[in-house]
Design a protein around this ligand. Structure first.
Ligand SMILES: [Zn+2]
Ligand SMILES: [Zn+2]
Length: 228
């Protein structure tokens, strides 16, 4: 029969158990930390403004100023109201910041768009495109896109609110032309992850525009053909 252990021996054993427990917990935390680090490394870089999720806009926001990336004489465009239909876009035509898979682009009535500084630096990217994208000739940023021809979105200009230092702009509502990023060289095997990343932040991924906008285009076309 074993002799009863002294209180000192019992304390030593408790300390040893606590030390093992702490070491095990620290090792587990390290594993979780490295898993999270690996996971965040494997996340696709959608867009800088989406790296911490979608930031809600302010419905009372009254507009602000967009500025190109030039450090001297930046082009400025003043918007006289908040934007509409803001969304992430994977197409190859919208301007994307360095390293981003998606653009974030919105529309606003053209009468609320005014070039307020250094308009001499603006050039149209492609004169033959339906959307005339006016870009800064020095830094390449698209300041606004305008439609001059008969088109369902004529009267609306396309703008990137990330070029503004103000907050309150309408947040992105969905993701458009998602599969287009494959045409630009993105691994098709990783598209499931990209779509779930978009969904996890509330941006439903579509391979064209959102259904309401596709319906609006279809209705415009039907009216042109006197079908509606
Ligand atoms: Zn510029
Ligand atoms: Zn686009």
């Amino acid at each position: 029969m074993a002799a009863p252990r002294s209180p000192i021996a019992r304390n030593k054993s408790l300390i040893a158990t606590a030390t093992i427990f702490t070491a095990t917990a620290a090792a587990a935390a390290a594993v979780i930390h490295s898993y999270r680090a690996r996971k965040s490394q494997s996340m696709a870089h959608l867009h800088p403004s989406l790296s911490n999720g979608v930031k809600k806009g302010d419905s009372n926001f009254a507009g602000g100023t967009l500025r190109c990336l030039c450090s001297s004489r930046p082009v400025e465009v003043t918007l006289g109201g908040n934007v509409l239909h803001n969304h992430a876009c994977g197409c190859s035509k919208c301007w994307k910041p360095e390293g981003a898979l998606f653009a974030v682009i919105a529309v606003i009535p053209r009468d609320q768009v005014r070039v307020s500084a250094n308009c001499d630096k603006l050039r149209v990217v492609d004169e033959s495109a339906a959307i005339q994208r006016h870009a800064c000739a020095s830094c390449g940023v698209h300041m606004f896109g305008r439609i001059e021809t008969d088109h369902p979105f004529q009267g609306l200009d396309f703008v990137h609110t990330e070029l503004s230092s103000q907050s309150g702009w309408q947040e992105p509502q969905f993701a458009a032309f998602v599969s287009s990023i494959v045409e630009q060289g993105y691994d098709p095997g990783k598209m499931g992850e990209v779509r779930s990343q978009l969904r996890s932040m509330g941006l439903e991924p579509y391979d064209a525009l959102s259904p309401p906008l596709m319906d609006a285009i279809a209705a415009w076309t039907a009216q042109k053909k006197a079908k509606l």
